[in-house]
Ligand binder design. Structure first.
Ligand SMILES: Cc1ncc(COP(=O)(O)O)c(C=O)c1O
Length: 434
C-alpha cells in the first residue's frame, strides 16, 4: 500500500489516472477528499481528520462501518469458500429463503451485485411478460445508470415535464420508451394510463424517493399505483434499493401494506458489501429460470462474500433494536436542527423517516413536500453552504443539495449532541445572502 500524505496529494494522483479522480461520478465534491479508514460512525480522511459520517456511502451502512460481526462472518467464509460459479451454494439458498420469509412480494428471489443490475433485470422481465416496451418512472427518482432509467432526477426547473437524460451516449429509442410523471400525482397517473395503459410494461417507483431526500408517498397514491397497474396489466416494481432493510427487513412494502409485483434491493441489505436482489411473484420470476425465455446472468451473482455479509447483516436487524435506535437518533437530529433554525429565524424544513433525515431550506409553511416539483422551493445555495460548513466542523453531510443523512447503529446520543452543537454554530453564522 502506498503512503499518503494528504487528501490534496491523493486527489492529484487520482486525477492523473482515474477520469475526474473518482470511480463513480457523484463521489466528487468541491474539495479534494482522500479516505484512508472507516470505522463505526465515522471515517478518517487522508489529512488525519475524523469525520462523523451521515453520508454512509449513499446508504448501505445501517450498522456502521466495518461492523465486527459482519466482518467476522465474511472472514470465516473466505477461508472455506470462494467463487465456484456452478450449481448453488448452501448460503445463497439460505439467503433466498430468508428474503422470501421477510419480503411480502418475494415468492422467488434472484441475487446480483448492484442496484442497477436489479432494476435492469426487473424491467427486462416486465417487458418480456407483458410484451410491451414503454415504462413509467417519476420525476426525482434514481434507479441506476442504465439507459431506460437514467433521467429526470434532480432536474433544473426548465427540464421538468420534459426528458432530462443524465448522460450522453444513451439510446434515444430507449429514452423515448420511458415516460416521466410527477410523484404523488394520482390525476397525472390516471390520465396517462387512460391514454396508453395498454402499451406500458412497468411502473418503476422509488417508493420513498430518497434520491431527492425524503418525500413520502401518500396513501391514495400507493393505492392508485396498485389498483391501476392491476387494471391495465402493468407490472408494478418498487425500487427498495435504499428503503429495503434500512427501514424494515421486509422493505417499505411491509410498512405501507401495498405489495408490488417485483421489488429491487441492495445497499443496507449487506451493510456495504456488494450484493443486490430482485424479488417478486413466482409467476413472473419463474420466467428467469433457464428455459423460461428471459435471461438473468452474472459471473459474480451470489458471490459468497456478499451473501454472507447479507446474512450477517439481516441477523443484526432481526430483533428491531437497530431500527428503533436509528429512528430515535434521527428524530432527535431532525427535531433539534429544526428547532435551532426556528430560533434563528431561518426557513428550514427537516423531513425524517426512520434512520433518514433531510434538512431542506424551505419555509415550513410549504409542507407537506409532496414531490420534486415542491422541492424546487429549496434554497440550493444555503443547502450546500450549510452542508459544507458542517463538514468543516467534522460532521460529514454530503455537500450536495437535498441529499439525505443516514443514522446507523454505530451513531450515539453524543454524536447527535455534537451534530446539534455544530448545526447551531453553522446556522448562527449563515450569511443573509449566499
Ligand atoms: C433507489 C436506487 N435504485 C437503484 C440504484 C442503483 O444502485 P447501484 O448504485 O448499486 O447500481 C440506486 C443507487 O443509488 C438507488 O438509490
Amino acid at each position: 500500500m502506498s503512503l499518503v500524505s494528504s487528501s490534496a496529494e491523493l486527489a492529484a494522483r487520482a486525477e492523473a489516472v482515474i477520469p475526474g479522480g473518482v470511480n463513480s461520478g457523484n463521489r466528487r465534491i468541491a474539495w479534494p477528499l482522500g479516505v484512508i479508514a472507516a470505522s463505526g460512525a465515522s471515517f478518517t480522511d487522508a489529512d488525519g481528520q475524523q469525520l462523523l459520517d451521515y453520508h454512509a456511502a449513499f446508504g448501505p451502512l445501517i450498522l456502521g462501518h466495518n461492523h465486527p460481526r459482519v466482518n467476522a462472518a465474511v472472514h470465516q467464509v473466505i477461508d472455506r469458500l470462494d467463487i465456484v460459479g456452478i450449481g448453488v451454494t448452501n448460503i445463497e439458498v439460505e439467503l433466498a429463503e430468508t428474503l422470501v420469509h421477510h419480503i411480502p412480494c418475494a415468492e422467488r428471489v434472484l441475487l446480483t451485485n448492484s442496484g442497477s443490475e436489479a432494476t435492469y433485470a426487473a424491467l427486462r422481465l416486465a417487458r418480456a411478460v407483458t410484451r410491451r416496451d414503454t415504462i413509467v418512472k417519476f420525476q426525482g427518482t434514481y434507479h441506476g445508470w442504465h439507459d431506460a432509467v437514467l433521467m429526470n432526477v434532480i432536474s433544473p426547473p426548465d427540464r421538468i415535464g420534459k426528458k432530462d437524460p443524465l448522460s450522453l451516449g444513451m439510446l434515444q429509442s430507449t429514452i423515448d420508451e420511458t415516460l416521466v410523471l410527477p410523484f404523488n400525482d394520482v390525476d397525472a397517473l390516471t390520465e396517462v394510463l387512460q391514454q396508453r395503459g395498454d402499451t406500458i410494461a412497468a411502473i418503476l417507483v422509488e417508493i420513498i424517493p430518497h434520491n431527492i431526500g425524503c418525500v413520502l408517498p401518500e396513501p391514495e397514491f400507493l393505492a392508485a399505483l396498485r389498483q391501476l397497474t392491476t387494471q391495465y396489466g402493468i407490472v408494478l416494481i418498487f425500487d427498495e434499493v435504499i428503503t429495503g432493510f434500512r427501514h424494515a427487513l421486509g422493505g417499505y412494502q411491509s410498512l405501507c401494506g401495498v405489495t408490488p409485483d417485483l421489488a429491487t434491493f441492495a445497499k443496507a441489505m449487506a451493510n456495504g458489501y456488494p450484493i443486490a436482489a430482485l424479488a417478486g411473484r413466482a409467476a413472473l420470476m419463474e420466467r428467469f429460470a433457464p428455459g423460461g425465455g428471459v435471461t438473468f446472468a452474472g459471473t459474480y451473482n451470489a458471490h459468497p462474500v456478499g451473501v454472507t455479509a447479507a446474512l450477517a447483516t439481516i441477523a443484526e436487524l432481526q430483533d428491531g433494536r437497530v431500527h428503533a435506535h436509528c429512528r430515535r437518533l434521527a428524530e432527535r437530529a431532525a427535531r433539534g436542527i429544526g428547532e435551532i433554525a426556528a430560533e434563528l429565524g431561518i426557513p428550514l424544513t427537516v423531513v425524517q423517516f426512520g434512520s433518514v433525515f433531510v434538512p431542506y431550506f424551505i419555509d415550513p409553511a410549504h409542507a407537506p413536500l409532496r414531490n420534486y416539483e415542491a422541492l424546487l422551493a429549496n434554497d440550493t445555495a444555503r443547502d450546500v453552504w450549510f452542508r459544507s460548513q458542517m463538514c468543516a466542523q467534522g460532521i460529514f453531510m454530503l455537500p450536495v443539495a437535498m441529499k439525505r443523512n443516514h443514522v446507523s447503529a454505530a451513531h450515539t446520543d453524543e454524536d447527535i449532541d455534537r451534530t446539534l452543537d455544530a448545526a447551531r454554530t453553522v446556522l448562527a453564522g449563515m450569511p443573509a445572502r449566499i
